[in-house]
Design a protein around this ligand. Structure first.
Ligand code: ADP
Length: 400
């Protein structure tokens, strides 16, 4: 192992995902997942060459402890000296960043200023940055923002119909997320179509636990379903997506629920979980629906109907569709979600070839519409870690 390695970190409030990527081959060398951080039950699991092992973090159960354990693991594998830079997934860059940046104290101050826009995410990302600076004091840190790709959205797409003073004073506008995924998927999809991303109109549905959709025209985001926070838009695992904003006053008046309780409910107890009263996990929903579980069946219907409505509305932003692209854990794997959604969209010329739909799962990419049919329907597995590693390599001066 003589190559330069890039460490990619993605920190949540109680979790840390890490990936070590070879800067030349762009292959994943090892990965880790720390969970239950900040509790005494914290642990970290390392995965390399298909082998997994777990280390408890009882005596160092915060993010710095997890990064320290990762350093120990890399040392024991002789990898540590090859790590040349660290790339961080940062959820909210506000309006300041339309691309990735080398993190310095100014950037950290800006991210702190963005905390009111992303109170659930940015503090965790900052914790990860501080942990990396503590454990690897000599390495450059690069910030890659979920919001950056959407900075090309036109004003009419990002403006909420509320008093404009709220935008001027507090930056209250639509920002959009999953930008790193869209930035990877768009050119890959264009290649599958045999064209260049600069010359096509794509509607990309990133469907994971969090889910959003993006209208990409000639390589630029024109509109997306998430808003000032990742709560707006599609039905997600535990997030409601679009709901009448009167939910706050309605539940305050009728259920005595305060603002914090409603926010928590909309983020953590809604979506597939809230509708099905069974699970937030799409696999469990599909199994439940197949077995006749009423809640699971309804959750599946609401999710796919909302998704289809959004796909049709995104065609307004792109002015037509060359391809609809599915990505994310659900988009890459769920035949049922793809099939049910596209069934609503025949009037736009969209159609699925069920054989191709069945064959294109578990990491495969490909066309799932009938041969030659336009617009096409594609599946493109996302790779946000690779995108972060490539930006990190470039900004740290490691790219040839
Ligand atoms: P995250 O947003 O956390 O990165 P993922 O992109 O990993 O999430 O997606 C997780 C979702 O993908 C879960 O709802 C899971 O049930 C769903 N999923 C994974 N594999 C399948 C499958 N074979 N069939 C249906 N859904 C799947």
């Amino acid at each position: 192992m003589a190559h330069n390695l890039i460490l990619v970190l993605n920190c949540g409030s109680s979790s840390l995902k890490g990936a070590l990527i070879d800067n030349e081959s762009k292959e994943l060398v090892m990965s880790c997942l720390a969970e239950k951080l900040t509790t005494p039950d914290a642990y970290i699991t390392f995965k390399k060459d298909g082998e997994k092992h777990t280390v408890t973090l009882t005596d160092r159960h915060d993010h710095t402890g997890a990064v320290g354990a990762l350093l120990d693991e890399m040392k024991s594998l002789g990898l540590q000296e090859h790590v040349k830079a660290i790339g961080h997934r940062v959820v909210h860059g506000g309006e300041k960043y339309s691309g990735s940046v080398v993190i310095n104290e100014d950037v950290i101050s800006t991210l702190e200023a963005c905390i009111p826009l992303a109170p659930l995410h940015n503090p965790a990302n900052l914790t990860g940055i501080r942990a990396a600076q503590t454990i690897f004091p000599d390495l450059p840190n690069i910030g890659v923002f979920d919001t950056a790709f959407h900075q090309t959205m036109p004003q009419h797409a990002y403006t909420y119909a509320v008093p404009r003073e709220l935008y001027r004073q507090y930056g209250f506008r639509r920002y959009g997320f999953h930008g790193t995924s869209y930035r990877y998927v768009a050119p890959t999809a264009a290649k599958l179509l045999g064209t260049d991303v600069q010359h096509c109109r794509l509607i990309i549905a990133h469907l994971g636990n969090g889910a959003s959709i993006c209208a990409v025209k000639n390589g630029e985001s024109m509109d997306t379903s998430m808003g000032v926070t990742p709560l707006e838009g599609l039905v997600m695992g535990t997030r409601s997506g679009d709901v009448d904003p009167s939910v706050y006053s309605f539940l305050a008046a009728n259920a005595g629920m305060d603002e914090k309780t409603v926010t928590d409910m909309l983020n953590k107890k809604s979506g597939l979980l809230g509708i099905s009263e069974l699970s937030n996990d799409c696999r469990a929903i599909e199994e439940g629906a197949d077995e006749g579980h009423e809640g699971a069946k309804l959750a599946m219907e609401v999710m796919t109907y909302r998704l289809a409505k959004y796909i049709a509305s995104m065609a307004v932003a792109t002015g037509g569709i060359d391809a609809l692209v599915f990505t994310g854990g659900i988009g890459e794997n769920s035949m049922a979600v793809r099939s049910k959604t596209v069934a609503y969209l025949g009037f736009l010329g969209l159609e699925i070839d069920e054989k191709a739909n069945e064959a294109t799962r578990f990491g495969a990419e490909g066309v799932i519409s009938p041969a030659g049919k336009k617009p096409a329907v594609l599946v493109v597995p996302t790779n946000e870690e690779l995108m972060i590693a490539m930006d990190t390599s470039r900004l740290a001066g490691l790219s040839s």
